[in-house]
Design a protein around this ligand. Structure first.
Ligand SMILES: Cc1cc2nc3c(=O)[nH]c(=O)nc-3n(C[C@H](O)[C@H](O)[C@H](O)COP(=O)(O)OP(=O)(O)OC[C@H]3O[C@@H](n4cnc5c(N)ncnc54)[C@H](O)[C@@H]3O)c2cc1C
Ligand SMILES: NC(=O)c1ccc[n+]([C@@H]2O[C@H](COP(=O)([O-])OP(=O)(O)OC[C@H]3O[C@@H](n4cnc5c(N)ncnc54)[C@H](OP(=O)(O)O)[C@@H]3O)[C@@H](O)[C@H]2O)c1
Length: 309
């Protein structure tokens, strides 16, 4: 398993060095939650279903499902041959519901070199997609549109020494990808993943990820002590408490980590959370002198919504 992991990592590095990338520019189509008229009208796992899959959509097999809380789960599925993405990007994934496809944006939580695709999902009560998606089991089929995209990619940042990944809730998903990508550690000396949730139980996916990295001999060799995980909760007692914005403003984040405050000459940032969290964190980074970047114009920090609403 480790040999195959290494060979995929090497292939991916070679792929990146070749300067090739299949990303399309972020466009409204990718962010639109309602899928336009795609004609598919068959139950999963039948030949009829396979023949009904329209161009531009993969149907992949679920491999594993882990439920964390009554609101959160993680699942993996097969990766289509030839499906390329950059760590940190999102894709549109979906299910057939009552004979119609429903797609939603999902950050790909696995790194670009991985054999399988991983996702970390909310369960919205009565949510058009997730009320069904939360019921998937190994062997079921999940749809995925062919074009990944997104701004939380290393290419959108100018070079720096320390990379902050600020996440709340399921906003940790793109960083689950990036913290397992060797390129992140080639580009930065220190990687600080912050994850804030309302309750302690919602932090578990992040803790599991870091433990998986520590237990993976090859990945750990690349990551070393460069990755730091700073997990906080806002509505229960915990070692570290409070919104990340308050912890930045008060300086407690830096005291806790034993590092200096944010410096535009050295520090880079990626933010993923609710619209309010993006706005407030962005303001703090701008106040510290960092400028927002994009795929087309790399700069000191980038942002992406973890959900609409
Ligand atoms: C760029 C992008 C990337 C995304 N990546 C992920 C991801 O990796 N994992 C994930 O679970 N969701 C992600 N989402 C949200 C996802 O697209 C869906 O909204 C979510 O799966 C719920 O779908 P639904 O049809 O059940 O409910 P929807 O009708 O889509 O949502 C109903 C309401 O539920 C709340 N909600 C939706 N998603 C979340 C969430 N993730 N966390 C907290 N509240 C939420 C919002 O208030 C929303 O208005 C992403 C959204 C965007 C725009
Ligand atoms: N998490 C739950 O247990 C729960 C349960 C039922 C329903 N829901 C619903 O699900 C939706 C999303 O909930 P969520 O918990 O996944 O996401 P969320 O509301 O975005 O909260 C996630 C974390 O982000 C923090 N946060 C919120 N706004 C912020 C800001 N402007 N700056 C910095 N940090 C900020 C929250 O702190 P605060 O706690 O201080 O807000 C919380 O710790 C909400 O509509 C909610 O009502 C959540």
């Amino acid at each position: 398993m480790h040999i195959s992991l290494l060979s995929h990592a090497m292939e991916w590095i070679a792929f990146n060095l070749a300067g090739f990338c299949n990303i399309c520019l972020a466009c409204d189509d990718h962010l639109a939650n309602d899928e336009p008229d795609i004609e598919m009208n068959a139950p999963a796992k039948t030949e009829e279903f396979a023949s009904a899959i329209p161009a531009g959509v993969y149907a992949e097999t679920v491999l594993s499902v882990t439920h964390y809380t009554d609101r959160l789960f993680r699942f993996t599925m097969t990766r289509p041959d030839g499906f390329r993405f950059r760590s940190g990007e999102f894709a549109m994934i979906g299910l057939m519901v009552d004979g119609k496809p429903i797609f939603r944006a999902y950050s790909i939580a696995s790194p670009a070199w991985a054999e399988e695709l991983e996702f970390f999902s909310i369960k919205v009560p009565d949510g058009p997609l997730t009320s069904h998606l939360q019921l998937i089991k190994p062997g079921d089929q999940v749809l995925m549109r062919k074009k990944p995209t997104g701004t939380l990619v290393l290419d959108a940042l100018t070079p720096g020494k320390r990379l902050y990944m600020f996440s709340t809730g399921t906003g940790i998903a793109p960083f689950a990808s990036l913290i397992r990508d060797p390129e992140t550690y080639e580009k930065f000396d220190e990687v600080i993943l912050t994850h804030t949730t309302r309750e302690i139980s919602e932090l578990k996916y992040g803790f599991d990820l870091v433990e998986e990295i520590r237990n993976d001999e090859l990945l750990q060799e690349v990551v070393g002590d460069k990755l730091r995980h700073y997990a906080t909760v806002t509505r229960e007692d915990f070692e570290y408490r409070g919104r990340i914005t308050d912890l930045i403003s008060s300086g407690k984040l830096f005291t806790d980590l034993g590092i200096p405050p944010i410096d535009p000459a050295l520090d880079r940032g990626m933010i993923c959370g609710s619209s309010a969290m993006l706005k407030d964190t962005k303001e703090l980074l701008e106040k510290a002198g960092l400028e927002e970047g994009a795929n087309s114009k790399p700069a000191e920090f980038v942002i992406e919504r973890a959900f609409v609403g």
